[in-house]
Design a binder for this molecule. Structure first.
Ligand code: C2E
Ligand code: MG
Ligand code: MG
Length: 532
Protein backbone atom coordinates (compact mmCIF):
# COMPACT_ATOMS: atom_id res chain seq x y z
CA UNK A 1 0.00 0.00 0.00
CA UNK A 2 2.72 2.63 0.82
CA UNK A 3 4.30 1.78 -2.53
CA UNK A 4 1.02 2.58 -4.30
CA UNK A 5 0.74 5.73 -2.29
CA UNK A 6 4.25 7.01 -3.14
CA UNK A 7 3.61 6.25 -6.80
CA UNK A 8 0.35 8.21 -6.62
CA UNK A 9 2.20 11.11 -4.98
CA UNK A 10 4.84 11.00 -7.71
CA UNK A 11 2.13 11.00 -10.38
CA UNK A 12 0.32 13.89 -8.73
CA UNK A 13 3.62 15.84 -8.57
CA UNK A 14 4.32 15.22 -12.26
CA UNK A 15 0.77 16.26 -13.06
CA UNK A 16 1.17 19.55 -11.20
CA UNK A 17 4.53 20.28 -12.88
CA UNK A 18 3.15 19.42 -16.32
CA UNK A 19 0.08 21.59 -15.72
CA UNK A 20 2.27 24.51 -14.54
CA UNK A 21 4.53 24.12 -17.61
CA UNK A 22 1.47 24.08 -19.85
CA UNK A 23 0.04 27.19 -18.17
CA UNK A 24 3.43 28.94 -18.60
CA UNK A 25 3.46 27.91 -22.26
CA UNK A 26 -0.06 29.34 -22.66
CA UNK A 27 1.05 32.66 -21.09
CA UNK A 28 4.05 32.73 -23.43
CA UNK A 29 1.68 31.92 -26.29
CA UNK A 30 -0.41 34.99 -25.36
CA UNK A 31 2.67 37.23 -25.19
CA UNK A 32 4.24 35.91 -28.40
CA UNK A 33 0.88 35.80 -30.09
CA UNK A 34 0.32 39.50 -29.34
CA UNK A 35 3.50 40.23 -31.36
CA UNK A 36 3.25 37.69 -34.14
CA UNK A 37 -0.47 37.34 -34.87
CA UNK A 38 -1.43 41.06 -35.45
CA UNK A 39 1.54 41.47 -37.85
CA UNK A 40 0.58 38.30 -39.64
CA UNK A 41 -3.03 39.49 -39.88
CA UNK A 42 -1.96 42.83 -41.25
CA UNK A 43 0.08 41.02 -43.91
CA UNK A 44 3.14 42.99 -42.81
CA UNK A 45 6.50 41.41 -43.35
CA UNK A 46 8.21 40.68 -40.10
CA UNK A 47 11.85 41.73 -39.70
CA UNK A 48 14.42 38.93 -39.89
CA UNK A 49 15.04 39.21 -36.15
CA UNK A 50 11.39 38.40 -35.66
CA UNK A 51 11.65 35.01 -37.44
CA UNK A 52 13.12 33.55 -34.20
CA UNK A 53 9.97 34.87 -32.57
CA UNK A 54 7.93 33.00 -35.19
CA UNK A 55 9.78 29.72 -34.55
CA UNK A 56 9.38 30.23 -30.81
CA UNK A 57 5.66 30.89 -31.36
CA UNK A 58 5.23 27.63 -33.34
CA UNK A 59 7.32 25.69 -30.78
CA UNK A 60 5.16 27.19 -28.07
CA UNK A 61 2.04 25.81 -29.76
CA UNK A 62 3.71 22.36 -29.89
CA UNK A 63 4.61 22.61 -26.17
CA UNK A 64 1.03 23.53 -25.27
CA UNK A 65 -0.36 20.59 -27.23
CA UNK A 66 2.22 18.22 -25.75
CA UNK A 67 1.70 19.59 -22.23
CA UNK A 68 -2.06 19.34 -22.50
CA UNK A 69 -1.82 15.72 -23.72
CA UNK A 70 0.73 14.77 -21.04
CA UNK A 71 -1.31 16.42 -18.33
CA UNK A 72 -4.40 14.48 -19.48
CA UNK A 73 -2.46 11.17 -19.44
CA UNK A 74 -1.06 11.88 -16.01
CA UNK A 75 -4.51 12.77 -14.68
CA UNK A 76 -5.91 9.48 -16.00
CA UNK A 77 -2.99 7.49 -14.60
CA UNK A 78 -3.50 9.20 -11.25
CA UNK A 79 -7.23 8.36 -11.28
CA UNK A 80 -6.41 4.71 -12.09
CA UNK A 81 -3.97 4.59 -9.22
CA UNK A 82 -6.45 6.11 -6.84
CA UNK A 83 -9.12 3.60 -7.90
CA UNK A 84 -6.65 0.70 -7.47
CA UNK A 85 -5.68 2.07 -4.10
CA UNK A 86 -9.32 2.28 -3.00
CA UNK A 87 -9.91 -1.33 -4.18
CA UNK A 88 -6.79 -2.61 -2.41
CA UNK A 89 -7.89 -0.80 0.72
CA UNK A 90 -11.33 -2.37 0.51
CA UNK A 91 -9.88 -5.85 -0.14
CA UNK A 92 -7.54 -5.52 2.81
CA UNK A 93 -10.52 -4.86 5.07
CA UNK A 94 -13.03 -7.26 3.54
CA UNK A 95 -13.57 -10.97 3.75
CA UNK A 96 -13.58 -12.17 0.13
CA UNK A 97 -16.09 -15.02 0.65
CA UNK A 98 -18.85 -13.03 2.30
CA UNK A 99 -18.03 -9.40 1.54
CA UNK A 100 -18.27 -8.62 5.26
CA UNK A 101 -15.54 -6.79 7.14
CA UNK A 102 -12.60 -8.99 8.08
CA UNK A 103 -10.96 -9.42 11.47
CA UNK A 104 -8.58 -6.51 10.88
CA UNK A 105 -11.40 -4.08 10.12
CA UNK A 106 -13.42 -5.40 13.05
CA UNK A 107 -10.51 -4.90 15.43
CA UNK A 108 -10.13 -1.33 14.21
CA UNK A 109 -13.81 -0.64 14.88
CA UNK A 110 -13.55 -2.33 18.26
CA UNK A 111 -10.56 -0.20 19.18
CA UNK A 112 -12.52 2.95 18.25
CA UNK A 113 -15.58 1.75 20.17
CA UNK A 114 -13.53 1.06 23.29
CA UNK A 115 -11.93 4.51 23.06
CA UNK A 116 -15.36 6.18 22.91
CA UNK A 117 -17.44 6.36 26.10
CA UNK A 118 -20.61 5.13 24.36
CA UNK A 119 -20.16 1.41 25.23
CA UNK A 120 -21.71 -1.20 23.00
CA UNK A 121 -22.07 -4.97 22.74
CA UNK A 122 -19.81 -7.41 21.01
CA UNK A 123 -21.01 -10.80 19.84
CA UNK A 124 -19.31 -13.81 18.33
CA UNK A 125 -21.23 -16.33 16.28
CA UNK A 126 -19.92 -19.80 15.54
CA UNK A 127 -21.70 -22.29 13.34
CA UNK A 128 -22.50 -25.64 14.98
CA UNK A 129 -20.85 -28.63 13.30
CA UNK A 130 -20.04 -26.67 10.16
CA UNK A 131 -17.33 -29.20 9.27
CA UNK A 132 -20.11 -31.68 8.56
CA UNK A 133 -21.60 -29.37 5.92
CA UNK A 134 -18.23 -29.18 4.16
CA UNK A 135 -17.63 -32.91 4.49
CA UNK A 136 -21.08 -33.97 3.35
CA UNK A 137 -21.88 -31.35 0.71
CA UNK A 138 -18.50 -29.97 -0.38
CA UNK A 139 -16.74 -26.67 0.09
CA UNK A 140 -18.77 -24.83 -2.52
CA UNK A 141 -21.93 -25.54 -0.55
CA UNK A 142 -20.01 -24.59 2.61
CA UNK A 143 -19.16 -21.19 1.12
CA UNK A 144 -22.81 -20.63 0.20
CA UNK A 145 -23.83 -21.39 3.76
CA UNK A 146 -21.29 -18.81 4.97
CA UNK A 147 -22.74 -16.29 2.56
CA UNK A 148 -26.17 -17.01 3.92
CA UNK A 149 -24.99 -16.43 7.48
CA UNK A 150 -23.42 -13.16 6.34
CA UNK A 151 -26.69 -12.02 4.78
CA UNK A 152 -28.74 -13.04 7.82
CA UNK A 153 -26.30 -11.20 10.09
CA UNK A 154 -26.25 -8.03 7.99
CA UNK A 155 -30.03 -8.00 7.85
CA UNK A 156 -30.31 -8.35 11.63
CA UNK A 157 -27.81 -5.74 12.86
CA UNK A 158 -28.41 -1.97 12.81
CA UNK A 159 -26.83 -0.13 9.89
CA UNK A 160 -24.08 1.44 12.03
CA UNK A 161 -22.93 -1.95 13.40
CA UNK A 162 -19.74 -3.63 12.19
CA UNK A 163 -20.42 -7.11 10.92
CA UNK A 164 -17.39 -9.31 10.23
CA UNK A 165 -16.29 -12.80 9.36
CA UNK A 166 -13.32 -13.51 11.58
CA UNK A 167 -12.34 -17.03 10.53
CA UNK A 168 -13.60 -20.34 9.06
CA UNK A 169 -17.14 -20.50 10.43
CA UNK A 170 -16.81 -17.69 12.93
CA UNK A 171 -18.46 -14.28 12.66
CA UNK A 172 -18.42 -11.30 14.98
CA UNK A 173 -20.55 -8.20 15.30
CA UNK A 174 -20.01 -4.94 17.08
CA UNK A 175 -23.31 -3.38 18.10
CA UNK A 176 -22.96 0.32 18.95
CA UNK A 177 -25.81 0.29 21.44
CA UNK A 178 -25.53 -1.24 24.94
CA UNK A 179 -29.19 -2.26 24.91
CA UNK A 180 -29.14 -5.97 25.84
CA UNK A 181 -32.69 -6.68 24.73
CA UNK A 182 -31.92 -5.26 21.29
CA UNK A 183 -28.77 -7.40 21.12
CA UNK A 184 -30.74 -10.53 22.01
CA UNK A 185 -33.29 -9.64 19.35
CA UNK A 186 -30.44 -9.54 16.81
CA UNK A 187 -29.28 -13.00 17.94
CA UNK A 188 -32.81 -14.40 17.79
CA UNK A 189 -33.39 -13.02 14.31
CA UNK A 190 -30.15 -14.56 12.99
CA UNK A 191 -30.80 -17.95 14.61
CA UNK A 192 -34.36 -18.01 13.34
CA UNK A 193 -33.29 -17.09 9.82
CA UNK A 194 -30.63 -19.81 9.81
CA UNK A 195 -32.90 -22.50 11.22
CA UNK A 196 -34.93 -22.70 8.00
CA UNK A 197 -33.48 -25.42 5.73
CA UNK A 198 -32.40 -24.15 2.30
CA UNK A 199 -31.62 -25.84 -0.97
CA UNK A 200 -27.91 -25.42 -1.71
CA UNK A 201 -26.11 -27.32 -4.48
CA UNK A 202 -29.10 -29.64 -4.74
CA UNK A 203 -29.15 -30.55 -1.05
CA UNK A 204 -31.40 -29.43 1.80
CA UNK A 205 -29.01 -27.86 4.25
CA UNK A 206 -29.86 -26.61 7.69
CA UNK A 207 -27.32 -25.04 9.98
CA UNK A 208 -27.52 -23.76 13.50
CA UNK A 209 -25.21 -21.38 15.30
CA UNK A 210 -24.17 -20.47 18.82
CA UNK A 211 -23.67 -16.89 19.92
CA UNK A 212 -21.70 -15.38 22.81
CA UNK A 213 -22.18 -11.79 24.03
CA UNK A 214 -19.82 -9.50 25.89
CA UNK A 215 -20.43 -5.97 27.18
CA UNK A 216 -17.83 -3.43 26.13
CA UNK A 217 -18.39 -1.52 29.37
CA UNK A 218 -16.94 -4.50 31.31
CA UNK A 219 -13.79 -4.73 29.19
CA UNK A 220 -10.65 -2.65 29.40
CA UNK A 221 -9.24 -3.69 26.02
CA UNK A 222 -9.88 -5.73 22.86
CA UNK A 223 -8.30 -8.84 24.32
CA UNK A 224 -10.77 -8.88 27.22
CA UNK A 225 -13.73 -8.32 24.86
CA UNK A 226 -12.68 -11.32 22.78
CA UNK A 227 -12.08 -13.47 25.83
CA UNK A 228 -15.45 -12.58 27.36
CA UNK A 229 -17.34 -13.35 24.17
CA UNK A 230 -15.45 -16.65 23.74
CA UNK A 231 -16.39 -17.66 27.27
CA UNK A 232 -20.03 -16.79 26.52
CA UNK A 233 -19.85 -18.72 23.24
CA UNK A 234 -18.53 -21.74 25.10
CA UNK A 235 -21.52 -21.46 27.46
CA UNK A 236 -23.92 -21.30 24.50
CA UNK A 237 -22.32 -24.38 22.96
CA UNK A 238 -22.41 -26.25 26.22
CA UNK A 239 -26.06 -25.36 26.76
CA UNK A 240 -26.88 -27.39 23.65
CA UNK A 241 -25.90 -25.01 20.81
CA UNK A 242 -28.37 -23.13 18.59
CA UNK A 243 -28.67 -20.41 21.22
CA UNK A 244 -26.91 -17.49 22.84
CA UNK A 245 -25.33 -16.72 26.20
CA UNK A 246 -23.84 -13.73 28.02
CA UNK A 247 -20.45 -13.63 29.64
CA UNK A 248 -20.32 -14.28 33.34
CA UNK A 249 -17.37 -14.66 35.69
CA UNK A 250 -18.29 -18.08 37.04
CA UNK A 251 -18.18 -19.33 33.47
CA UNK A 252 -14.74 -17.88 33.00
CA UNK A 253 -13.44 -19.78 36.04
CA UNK A 254 -14.96 -22.98 34.61
CA UNK A 255 -13.28 -22.40 31.29
CA UNK A 256 -9.96 -21.75 32.98
CA UNK A 257 -10.33 -25.10 34.78
CA UNK A 258 -11.12 -26.76 31.48
CA UNK A 259 -8.06 -25.27 29.83
CA UNK A 260 -5.97 -26.44 32.79
CA UNK A 261 -7.46 -29.94 32.42
CA UNK A 262 -6.58 -29.92 28.71
CA UNK A 263 -3.05 -28.83 29.48
CA UNK A 264 -2.69 -31.50 32.18
CA UNK A 265 -4.00 -34.21 29.83
CA UNK A 266 -1.55 -33.12 27.14
CA UNK A 267 1.36 -33.28 29.58
CA UNK A 268 0.00 -36.48 31.15
CA UNK A 269 0.08 -38.30 27.81
CA UNK A 270 3.72 -37.26 27.32
CA UNK A 271 4.58 -38.37 30.85
CA UNK A 272 2.91 -41.78 30.38
CA UNK A 273 0.31 -41.13 33.09
CA UNK A 274 -2.53 -42.77 31.11
CA UNK A 275 -2.78 -46.53 31.64
CA UNK A 276 -5.31 -49.23 30.81
CA UNK A 277 -7.43 -50.78 33.53
CA UNK A 278 -9.30 -53.95 32.64
CA UNK A 279 -12.89 -54.91 33.38
CA UNK A 280 -13.93 -58.55 32.97
CA UNK A 281 -16.35 -59.53 30.20
CA UNK A 282 -18.24 -62.65 31.19
CA UNK A 283 -20.48 -65.28 29.71
CA UNK A 284 -23.82 -64.38 31.28
CA UNK A 285 -24.80 -67.97 31.94
CA UNK A 286 -21.57 -69.66 32.96
CA UNK A 287 -20.09 -66.44 34.44
CA UNK A 288 -16.77 -67.48 32.98
CA UNK A 289 -14.44 -64.69 31.92
CA UNK A 290 -14.17 -64.49 28.15
CA UNK A 291 -12.00 -61.37 28.05
CA UNK A 292 -11.44 -57.88 29.40
CA UNK A 293 -12.35 -54.41 28.23
CA UNK A 294 -9.48 -51.93 28.48
CA UNK A 295 -10.63 -48.66 30.05
CA UNK A 296 -8.27 -45.71 30.24
CA UNK A 297 -7.30 -44.44 33.68
CA UNK A 298 -5.21 -41.40 34.47
CA UNK A 299 -2.68 -41.75 37.24
CA UNK A 300 -2.38 -38.03 37.77
CA UNK A 301 0.13 -36.77 40.33
CA UNK A 302 -2.28 -33.90 41.21
CA UNK A 303 -5.69 -35.44 40.71
CA UNK A 304 -5.16 -39.05 41.82
CA UNK A 305 -6.54 -41.99 39.84
CA UNK A 306 -9.05 -40.49 37.41
CA UNK A 307 -11.75 -42.45 35.55
CA UNK A 308 -12.22 -42.21 31.81
CA UNK A 309 -15.50 -40.36 32.08
CA UNK A 310 -13.69 -37.36 33.61
CA UNK A 311 -11.26 -36.81 30.72
CA UNK A 312 -12.41 -38.59 27.54
CA UNK A 313 -14.77 -35.82 26.44
CA UNK A 314 -12.12 -33.13 26.95
CA UNK A 315 -9.55 -35.23 25.08
CA UNK A 316 -12.08 -35.64 22.25
CA UNK A 317 -12.65 -31.91 22.07
CA UNK A 318 -9.04 -30.89 21.84
CA UNK A 319 -7.72 -33.54 19.49
CA UNK A 320 -5.88 -35.54 22.17
CA UNK A 321 -8.11 -38.59 22.06
CA UNK A 322 -6.14 -40.21 19.21
CA UNK A 323 -2.72 -40.20 20.90
CA UNK A 324 -4.31 -41.03 24.27
CA UNK A 325 -6.24 -44.07 23.02
CA UNK A 326 -3.40 -45.43 20.91
CA UNK A 327 -1.04 -45.05 23.86
CA UNK A 328 -3.45 -46.95 26.12
CA UNK A 329 -4.11 -49.52 23.39
CA UNK A 330 -0.41 -50.24 22.98
CA UNK A 331 0.00 -50.87 26.70
CA UNK A 332 -3.16 -53.02 26.75
CA UNK A 333 -1.97 -55.13 23.81
CA UNK A 334 1.42 -55.73 25.45
CA UNK A 335 -0.32 -56.76 28.66
CA UNK A 336 -2.98 -58.95 27.01
CA UNK A 337 -0.35 -60.79 24.96
CA UNK A 338 0.57 -62.73 28.11
CA UNK A 339 -3.02 -63.72 28.96
CA UNK A 340 -4.40 -67.20 28.17
CA UNK A 341 -5.23 -67.34 24.44
CA UNK A 342 -8.99 -67.78 24.90
CA UNK A 343 -9.28 -64.29 26.44
CA UNK A 344 -10.15 -61.41 24.13
CA UNK A 345 -9.30 -57.77 24.57
CA UNK A 346 -11.91 -55.10 23.89
CA UNK A 347 -10.86 -51.48 23.42
CA UNK A 348 -12.80 -48.28 22.84
CA UNK A 349 -12.33 -46.04 19.86
CA UNK A 350 -13.90 -42.60 19.91
CA UNK A 351 -15.99 -41.29 16.96
CA UNK A 352 -13.50 -38.41 16.70
CA UNK A 353 -10.73 -40.90 15.92
CA UNK A 354 -12.51 -41.92 12.71
CA UNK A 355 -11.60 -38.51 11.28
CA UNK A 356 -8.07 -39.88 11.02
CA UNK A 357 -7.97 -41.76 7.72
CA UNK A 358 -4.92 -43.65 9.03
CA UNK A 359 -6.72 -45.04 12.11
CA UNK A 360 -6.79 -48.64 10.84
CA UNK A 361 -3.10 -48.44 9.92
CA UNK A 362 -2.20 -47.17 13.40
CA UNK A 363 -4.06 -50.07 15.03
CA UNK A 364 -2.64 -52.67 12.63
CA UNK A 365 0.86 -51.34 13.28
CA UNK A 366 0.36 -51.73 17.01
CA UNK A 367 -0.90 -55.29 16.49
CA UNK A 368 2.21 -56.04 14.45
CA UNK A 369 4.69 -54.47 16.86
CA UNK A 370 3.15 -56.04 19.98
CA UNK A 371 2.48 -59.41 18.32
CA UNK A 372 -1.08 -59.57 19.69
CA UNK A 373 -3.35 -61.70 17.46
CA UNK A 374 -5.90 -59.56 15.57
CA UNK A 375 -8.56 -62.25 16.07
CA UNK A 376 -8.50 -61.61 19.83
CA UNK A 377 -9.00 -57.87 19.51
CA UNK A 378 -12.46 -56.31 19.59
CA UNK A 379 -12.83 -52.63 18.75
CA UNK A 380 -15.78 -50.89 20.41
CA UNK A 381 -17.26 -48.08 18.36
CA UNK A 382 -20.26 -45.94 19.24
CA UNK A 383 -23.23 -44.66 17.30
CA UNK A 384 -21.53 -41.26 17.19
CA UNK A 385 -19.15 -42.73 14.59
CA UNK A 386 -22.08 -42.86 12.18
CA UNK A 387 -22.20 -39.07 12.22
CA UNK A 388 -18.66 -38.87 10.88
CA UNK A 389 -17.68 -39.35 7.22
CA UNK A 390 -19.60 -42.58 6.50
CA UNK A 391 -17.31 -43.85 3.73
CA UNK A 392 -14.18 -43.27 5.74
CA UNK A 393 -15.68 -45.01 8.79
CA UNK A 394 -16.66 -48.03 6.70
CA UNK A 395 -13.23 -48.20 5.03
CA UNK A 396 -11.52 -48.18 8.42
CA UNK A 397 -13.87 -50.81 9.82
CA UNK A 398 -13.39 -53.04 6.76
CA UNK A 399 -9.60 -52.73 6.95
CA UNK A 400 -9.72 -53.89 10.55
CA UNK A 401 -12.19 -56.69 9.88
CA UNK A 402 -10.09 -57.93 6.95
CA UNK A 403 -7.31 -58.88 9.32
CA UNK A 404 -9.69 -60.53 11.79
CA UNK A 405 -10.41 -57.74 14.30
CA UNK A 406 -14.03 -57.82 15.46
CA UNK A 407 -16.22 -54.76 15.82
CA UNK A 408 -18.82 -54.13 18.49
CA UNK A 409 -21.28 -51.28 18.81
CA UNK A 410 -20.90 -49.82 22.31
CA UNK A 411 -23.45 -47.85 24.35
CA UNK A 412 -26.24 -48.91 22.00
CA UNK A 413 -29.43 -46.93 22.54
CA UNK A 414 -27.81 -43.65 23.56
CA UNK A 415 -27.05 -42.30 20.10
CA UNK A 416 -28.98 -41.40 17.02
CA UNK A 417 -28.40 -44.51 14.96
CA UNK A 418 -31.42 -45.93 13.23
CA UNK A 419 -31.74 -49.69 13.05
CA UNK A 420 -31.20 -49.46 9.29
CA UNK A 421 -27.86 -47.70 9.85
CA UNK A 422 -26.83 -50.25 12.44
CA UNK A 423 -27.80 -53.06 10.10
CA UNK A 424 -25.51 -51.65 7.39
CA UNK A 425 -22.48 -51.84 9.66
CA UNK A 426 -20.55 -55.11 9.66
CA UNK A 427 -20.98 -55.64 13.41
CA UNK A 428 -19.92 -58.66 15.43
CA UNK A 429 -21.62 -57.56 18.64
CA UNK A 430 -23.93 -54.96 20.15
CA UNK A 431 -23.43 -53.71 23.70
CA UNK A 432 -26.56 -52.28 25.30
CA UNK A 433 -25.78 -49.11 27.22
CA UNK A 434 -25.61 -49.37 30.98
CA UNK A 435 -28.20 -46.62 31.44
CA UNK A 436 -30.83 -49.14 30.25
CA UNK A 437 -29.42 -52.13 32.08
CA UNK A 438 -29.15 -50.54 35.52
CA UNK A 439 -32.85 -49.67 35.44
CA UNK A 440 -34.45 -52.75 33.88
CA UNK A 441 -35.61 -54.09 37.20
CA UNK A 442 -37.17 -50.75 38.11
CA UNK A 443 -38.85 -49.83 34.87
CA UNK A 444 -41.04 -52.09 32.79
CA UNK A 445 -40.58 -49.77 29.85
CA UNK A 446 -36.77 -50.08 29.96
CA UNK A 447 -37.09 -53.84 30.37
CA UNK A 448 -39.23 -53.90 27.24
CA UNK A 449 -36.59 -51.90 25.31
CA UNK A 450 -33.77 -54.22 26.41
CA UNK A 451 -35.87 -57.27 25.58
CA UNK A 452 -36.54 -55.82 22.09
CA UNK A 453 -32.83 -55.11 21.48
CA UNK A 454 -31.96 -58.64 22.62
CA UNK A 455 -34.59 -59.99 20.18
CA UNK A 456 -33.19 -57.80 17.43
CA UNK A 457 -29.68 -59.13 18.06
CA UNK A 458 -31.05 -62.63 17.91
CA UNK A 459 -32.77 -61.97 14.55
CA UNK A 460 -29.71 -60.24 13.07
CA UNK A 461 -27.50 -62.99 14.44
CA UNK A 462 -25.46 -60.42 16.32
CA UNK A 463 -24.74 -61.38 19.94
CA UNK A 464 -25.70 -58.88 22.62
CA UNK A 465 -23.62 -57.80 25.60
CA UNK A 466 -25.19 -56.01 28.53
CA UNK A 467 -23.00 -53.49 30.32
CA UNK A 468 -23.62 -52.10 33.79
CA UNK A 469 -24.83 -55.33 35.37
CA UNK A 470 -24.81 -54.45 39.03
CA UNK A 471 -26.99 -57.11 40.68
CA UNK A 472 -28.11 -60.72 40.48
CA UNK A 473 -31.63 -59.51 39.83
CA UNK A 474 -30.46 -57.69 36.70
CA UNK A 475 -28.35 -60.67 35.60
CA UNK A 476 -31.35 -62.99 35.88
CA UNK A 477 -33.58 -60.66 33.88
CA UNK A 478 -30.92 -60.41 31.15
CA UNK A 479 -30.52 -64.18 31.04
CA UNK A 480 -34.29 -64.41 30.43
CA UNK A 481 -33.98 -61.93 27.54
CA UNK A 482 -31.27 -64.10 25.97
CA UNK A 483 -28.27 -61.78 26.36
CA UNK A 484 -25.05 -63.70 25.78
CA UNK A 485 -22.39 -61.63 27.50
CA UNK A 486 -22.27 -59.21 30.36
CA UNK A 487 -20.04 -56.73 32.09
CA UNK A 488 -20.56 -54.84 35.30
CA UNK A 489 -19.76 -54.45 38.93
CA UNK A 490 -21.55 -57.70 39.73
CA UNK A 491 -18.75 -59.52 37.93
CA UNK A 492 -15.89 -57.16 38.62
CA UNK A 493 -14.80 -53.56 38.40
CA UNK A 494 -12.03 -52.29 36.17
CA UNK A 495 -8.71 -53.31 37.74
CA UNK A 496 -5.06 -52.55 37.07
CA UNK A 497 -2.88 -54.62 34.74
CA UNK A 498 -1.02 -55.95 37.73
CA UNK A 499 -4.27 -57.01 39.40
CA UNK A 500 -5.28 -58.88 36.24
CA UNK A 501 -1.92 -60.64 36.22
CA UNK A 502 -2.36 -61.69 39.85
CA UNK A 503 -5.89 -62.85 39.19
CA UNK A 504 -4.89 -64.89 36.15
CA UNK A 505 -1.94 -66.37 38.05
CA UNK A 506 -4.48 -67.86 40.49
CA UNK A 507 -5.76 -69.88 37.52
CA UNK A 508 -9.33 -68.94 38.36
CA UNK A 509 -11.97 -68.10 35.85
CA UNK A 510 -14.36 -66.64 38.37
CA UNK A 511 -14.69 -62.97 37.54
CA UNK A 512 -15.97 -62.22 41.03
CA UNK A 513 -12.48 -62.80 42.39
CA UNK A 514 -11.18 -59.83 40.48
CA UNK A 515 -13.38 -57.66 42.67
CA UNK A 516 -11.11 -58.32 45.64
CA UNK A 517 -8.36 -56.50 43.82
CA UNK A 518 -10.48 -53.57 42.81
CA UNK A 519 -8.86 -50.30 43.64
CA UNK A 520 -11.27 -47.50 44.35
CA UNK A 521 -10.47 -44.73 41.92
CA UNK A 522 -11.56 -41.14 42.47
CA UNK A 523 -15.05 -42.27 41.96
CA UNK A 524 -18.54 -40.95 42.17
CA UNK A 525 -19.81 -44.48 42.88
CA UNK A 526 -21.30 -45.27 46.27
CA UNK A 527 -20.19 -48.25 48.30
CA UNK A 528 -23.76 -49.57 48.30
CA UNK A 529 -23.45 -50.31 44.61
CA UNK A 530 -20.44 -52.54 45.03
CA UNK A 531 -20.76 -56.19 44.34
CA UNK A 532 -23.18 -57.73 46.89
P1 C2E B 1 -17.74 -47.71 28.01
O1 C2E B 1 -16.84 -48.26 26.97
O2 C2E B 1 -19.19 -47.90 27.83
O3 C2E B 1 -17.24 -48.35 29.37
C1 C2E B 1 -18.08 -48.70 30.39
C2 C2E B 1 -18.07 -47.67 31.48
O4 C2E B 1 -18.99 -48.07 32.47
C3 C2E B 1 -16.72 -47.56 32.19
O5 C2E B 1 -16.58 -46.25 32.65
C4 C2E B 1 -16.91 -48.52 33.35
O6 C2E B 1 -16.06 -48.26 34.43
C5 C2E B 1 -18.34 -48.25 33.72
N1 C2E B 1 -18.98 -49.42 34.33
C6 C2E B 1 -18.62 -50.70 34.21
N2 C2E B 1 -19.46 -51.50 34.89
C7 C2E B 1 -20.38 -50.68 35.46
C8 C2E B 1 -21.52 -50.91 36.28
O7 C2E B 1 -21.86 -52.02 36.65
N3 C2E B 1 -22.24 -49.81 36.64
C9 C2E B 1 -21.90 -48.58 36.26
N4 C2E B 1 -22.64 -47.56 36.66
N5 C2E B 1 -20.82 -48.32 35.48
C10 C2E B 1 -20.08 -49.37 35.10
P2 C2E B 1 -15.26 -45.44 32.39
O8 C2E B 1 -14.08 -46.32 32.58
O9 C2E B 1 -15.32 -44.15 33.15
O10 C2E B 1 -15.33 -45.14 30.85
C11 C2E B 1 -16.27 -44.28 30.32
C12 C2E B 1 -16.22 -44.29 28.83
O11 C2E B 1 -15.01 -43.71 28.36
C13 C2E B 1 -16.20 -45.69 28.25
O12 C2E B 1 -17.50 -46.16 28.18
C14 C2E B 1 -15.60 -45.44 26.89
O13 C2E B 1 -16.57 -45.02 25.98
C15 C2E B 1 -14.67 -44.31 27.14
N6 C2E B 1 -13.29 -44.81 27.23
C16 C2E B 1 -12.66 -45.46 28.25
N7 C2E B 1 -11.38 -45.69 27.92
C17 C2E B 1 -11.19 -45.21 26.67
C18 C2E B 1 -10.07 -45.17 25.77
O14 C2E B 1 -8.95 -45.64 26.05
N8 C2E B 1 -10.26 -44.56 24.56
C19 C2E B 1 -11.47 -44.06 24.20
N9 C2E B 1 -11.58 -43.51 23.00
N10 C2E B 1 -12.53 -44.09 25.01
C20 C2E B 1 -12.40 -44.66 26.22
MG1 MG C 1 -16.75 -49.72 25.82
MG1 MG D 1 -20.43 -48.70 26.94
Amino acid sequence: MPKTKSKAVRLAGSHVITTCATVAAILLFVVLGSEVVPAALRGARLPDSASTLKVAFLLNIAIILFGWRRSKDLREALEDYEAAERLAQRNANTDPTTGLANRRELMRSLEDALAAPAGGIFLVLDLDHFKRVNDLHGHLAGDKVLLRVAEASKAAVPSDACCARTGGDEFAMLLPSSNEEAAEAVARQILEELSAPVLIEGAQIQVTASIGFSRLADCKNEEVVLRHSDVALYAAKRAGRNGFAWFDEELERELTDRLKLEEDIRNGIKAGEFVPFFQPLVDLNSREIIGFEALARWRSPDRGLVEAEAFIETAERNGLIGPLTLNVLEQALKEARAWPPHLKLAVNVSPVQFRDAMLAEHILKLLATTGFPASRLEIEITEGSLLEDRDQVLTIIRSLKNVGVSISLDDFGTGYASLAQVNRLPLDRIKIDKSFITTIVKSEQTAAIVSTIAGLGHNLDVPITAEGVESEQIRNALADFGCAEAQGWLFGRPISAEAVRNFLAMGSNDAAKTADNSPTPNSRRSSTSRRP
